[in-house]
Design a protein around this ligand. Sequence first.
Ligand SMILES: [Zn+2]
Ligand SMILES: [Zn+2]
Length: 229
Amino acid sequence: MPSNHAINLRTTSGAKMEDVRFSFGVTSSKVRDRPIREGQGFSIELPAVLDLLETVAAGEEQAADARELLLNVVDTLYDSAGCYDYETVEDKLAWCVRDGGCQTCEEQRSSFAHHLETMAERWRRWTLPDEFPFATGSSMGLHTVKCGVVRRDMPDGFTAHKPDDVAPLRAFAHAYDDFGLPVDESEQLPAHVPFQPMSGEEARAWMTENTGPKGGRYYKRCRMCAPTP
Ligand SMILES: [Zn+2]
Ligand SMILES: [Zn+2]
């Protein structure tokens, strides 16, 4: 989202420039592509640039100081302009590894805890096939837990992570891009259990829930295992 900002600058020589207008996300040139931290995406009003150059031309300001002054604006505005959201998924992940955590991980912490609870419960049920003989996965198929389709995709074991385990939290939090698409299709989420085992009663309720008012089914009954809850 483009944003406008007004800040007061003070040059190294002590001169003040008030109400200098900056924008982020309005325009940029491919010719001068660079990281956001080095100015990418930021614009400044032309009169302010001209005034600043004038102080340099008059010998009141060093060119290097003027450059530093403008570059520092990026740090000042980075958060309020929402720059982090524009960083690449690769950079976000690299910085998270370097810093031992990040804002994305913090935002995902409670979802991760919820994910772990859901997966642990799926696994518990998977170990009790007599109590939970039916299963459904992400593609809305209904199976028995003995079905080959289910057995093929279910993991051999289950690793119980804690919600504050840094590496699994990172793998979970950085698994999707800004559009909610998986960054790496072949990567599974930590502790992922792809099927939800259900009791007969739960399976019947689930079938009702996923049946339209005119009797149309939103789920598929597997032809191989032909489940009859
Ligand atoms: Zn992170
Ligand atoms: Zn099946």
